[in-house]
Design a protein around this ligand. Structure first.
Ligand code: G3I
Length: 408
């Protein structure tokens, strides 16, 4: 084991970081699409030990329970969730549109064993303004489009990652204002904490009551830190409550979540030191209070940023904190849809998964779940950069075979 780690460590360390002109890779990882320029080193991605394409050998039995691979009709024949059974669950995000597309639904059921609602369990979907105004209190209502997805997941024995309770985006401004009115003034810290607790309680109690055992995880807080500086994002949550809005969110989530629901802090660009340090500092505090179970690395990547080496070292840094890591929104953009671009993208996915498995086998990481942020390129939030595993015709791309670590 030590020799393996040493060898891999040398591979990683020995690769020179070729400081090249900062790429203008605009990491659109978050909702504000803030650009990130970063010294990239295309050749810095190490070549890991080759991974056999057979079903992986079982990992240490201290792994958290790995969910079953539900029965499903064969579409392609190979199944991503089966390929990584024993390592981590493999999921995708779904929305009302993709779920009502019969061929996409079949593909999801064959390939994945967990799903995340792309938008349907966010505050702007669950908060009902007219009811809040009428009651002058927080009113959460799960709309039919959300219920349809959760019913479908339950019916097909898929598990669900809850996304997201406390976020600066897709949370209506009126939620922070007097009387829940669009033109109200911002409420006090005390009122906002009461609203936060009420929102979290209503969402989690609804899920516990109507979907017992369905939600294996919730992203409790999303994207609380700025990219470059690692400072707190100047959201209404931060402005009204202060830095401890994160602790309160996890306190309320722990209070109302089911025992077996894991609580995550979720963010993008976690491999940038200033942000990584800020995240690890708050996560340390939450670990001390036993309020957090893991970190979600969104992982909105590009074939040229970050290097697989930098990425896997970030997975290791979070894992070393003794918590779970979940890759929550993986996609890898590419410059074009020509064969060469898709081959390069497939190679990036292949190396990424080789390293993920190598580190799991060495016990250097603790990845328990992985979600690809969508199925087909044309439905992706980054559709113009073809980031996913299937093309618009639902044909598997080299990226799919890269994830499988199988020759196409
Ligand atoms: O529902 C409205 C529809 O009524 C309206 O006609 C239409 C046109 O304006 O907009 C629809 O809302 C869109 C929503 O997706 C549902 O489709 C929003 O405009 C659009 O901005 C929103 O985009 C989502 C984005 O989050 C918003 O920040 C993407 O689908 C979703 O993939 C993306 O996911 C986020 C994660 O939640 C957090 N991490 C970053 C990731 C990418 O931003």
């Amino acid at each position: 084991m030590k020799m393996q780690k040493l060898l891999l460590g040398c591979l990683l360390a020995g690769v020179g970081l070729l400081a090249v002109a900062c790429s203008n890779v605009n990491d659109a990882g978050g909702s504000d699409n803030s650009g990130v320029t970063e010294a990239v080193s295309p050749s810095a991605s190490p070549t890991p030990t080759t991974e056999t394409t057979s079903t992986p050998t079982p990992t240490p039995d201290d792994m958290p329970p790995i969910y079953d691979v539900p029965e499903a009709e064969s579409v392609i024949g190979t199944r991503l969730c089966e390929r990584y059974q024993g390592y981590f669950t493999v999921g995708t995000c779904v929305n009302s549109t993709t779920l009502n597309h019969p061929r996409i639904e079949k593909l999801i059921l064959e390939q994945f064993n967990t799903v995340t609602c792309e938008n349907e369990t966010k505050p702007d979907a669950l908060l009902n303004q007219s009811a809040c105004v009428a009651k002058n209190d927080v009113v959460v209502m799960f709309p039919q489009r959300t219920i349809a997805i959760l019913d479908w997941a339950q019916e097909h024995n898929l598990k669900v990652r809850g996304h997201v309770l406390v976020w600066h985006s897709q949370t209506p401004d009126w939620f922070f204002k007097d009387g829940f009115k669009n033109d109200g003034t911002l409420v006090s810290r005390e009122v906002m904490l009461q609203r936060m607790e009420s929102y979290i309680r209503q969402v989690l109690e609804y899920c516990n009551t109507n979907y017992p055992g369905l939600f294996t995880a919730w992203d409790v807080v999303n994207e609380a830190f700025e990219d470059g500086s690692g400072e707190y994002r100047n959201s209404y949550w931060y402005q009204i409550v202060g830095e401890d809005f994160i602790r309160y969110a996890f306190e309320y989530a722990r209070k109302y979540a089911a025992e077996d629901t894991k609580l995550f802090y979720n963010d993008f660009n976690c491999y940038i030191d200033s942000k990584n340090n800020a995240i690890r500092k708050v996560v340390e505090e939450l670990i001390e209070l036993d309020l957090i179970d893991g970190v979600g690395m969104q992982s909105h990547l590009d074939v040229d940023f970050p290097s697989v080496g930098d990425y896997i070292r970030t997975v290791e840094r979070f894992s070393e904190m003794g918590i779970e890591v979940q890759i929550t929104e993986l996609d890898v953009t590419t410059t074009g849809s020509d064969e060469a671009s898709f081959e390069k993208q497939g190679d990036y996915y292949d190396r990424l998964f080789q390293f993920l498995i190598a580190y799991e086998k060495m016990g250097s990481s603790n990845v328990t779940g992985l979600t690809i942020w969508g199925v087909a390129d044309n439905y992706s939030w980054r559709s113009s950069q073809y980031p996913l595993l299937f093309d618009a015709m639902l044909q598997p791309k080299p990226a799919y075979y890269g994830v499988l670590q199988q020759a196409q």
